[in-house]
Write a protein of this length. Sequence first.
Length: 362
Amino acid sequence: MAEFDATSGRRVLVTGGAGYIGSHTCLELLQAGHHVTVLDNLCNSSLESLKRVESLAGRSLTFMQGDIRDFELLRRVLVGPNNECPAFDAVVHFAGLKAVGESVSQPLAYFDNNLSGTVCLLRAMTEAGVKTLVFSSSATVYGDPASVPISEDFPRSATNPYGRSKLVIEDMLADLYRSDPAWRIARLRYFNPVGAHVSGLIGEDPSGAPNNLMPYVSQVAIGRREYLQVFGGDYPTPDGTGVRDYIHVADLASGHLAAIRALWQADSQTGCLLTVNLGTGVGVSVLDLVKAFERASGRPVPYRIVARRAGDVAACYANPVLAQTLLGWRTQRNLADMCADAWRWQSRNPHGYRQAAATGGA
Ligand code: NAD
Ligand code: UDP
């Protein structure tokens, strides 16, 4: 039986809410009528994203600059100013470091931020009695899958410290649920989030040269970079380039709403532990994406095929059926939408949020 009316007015704490996926999810939460508080240390984001979220939603949110490793701060936030324990109905936990290559050269930074930060958050949630959590996991926990599409019961493995941090957190959450079935936890395994809000006002803002394909392609199309390096043309895929499951960030954000609703509807005595792929189920090669982007932008995307990137797998795409069954959620947007929206964001904000923050406008 549903414990809450999940349709509006719930209080949600979003860690890492100023970031790429967090900002789109905050917008969804506000548009669904929830009260949003963001805790973010802004190590990989800017407040400008949240200003734009507020203007798109026509509603405000509460922002607190802080670190998830600060236990006293978290406890104060979760208990609330008047000790109205608990002060939140759910936490959506995005905060963390996410660059695979950096995690190889700085593993301790990743274990400290992602693992210690999550332990700290979970301890504070336990003290405050907030036991509903949505966690950002990743398809990286599938390592090099034996076959595609990938279902949630596939074996998991880690090939780098970032992936290991996600894998260990997934296990920690399972242990926590087993220790106390009052927890209601969703472990969402994202495939490849891309694109931007259709307004072109919020989007992905990588600092330095992008590691990921879509922002790199966007920067080639806008002329910030000369050409794309396609990492490997000899994979056992239809055109020899790597195949991935690109998911529009707005679909991903709505997947979080669906997950929170499912958690709120779960029995608070027996709790639940959901583990769900968020993907489209469609495999897209690097060259498919380049062609779709050229069509969406009307700009050429020159590329050169170079050696494979260490650690890359040939193909990785989801079996998305469980999300449909458990959450009643499926993606709405296709590759053309992803490219059109990424291009709108890129062409309206050629330097991301930085230029707007410096000049005080979009
Ligand atoms: P992002 O870097 O844009 O957002 C993360 C946010 O967390 C940033 O605003 C950053 O400032 C904040 N943050 C980092 N460490 C913090 C700390 N210790 N305390 C408080 N705030 C902190 O990344 P994103 O792409 O929005 O990813 C969000 C989550 O989703 C991450 O956990 C990431 O690992 C996961 N994920 C992302 C992808 C992807 O391709 N983008 C894929 C799978 C999973
Ligand atoms: N890719 C590429 N050139 C780039 C970035 C990525 O060819 O500059 C390829 C990469 O080898 C993979 C796909 O694009 O096949 C998606 O890579 P991305 O880093 O975006 O995501 P992930 O590796 O996490 O799936």
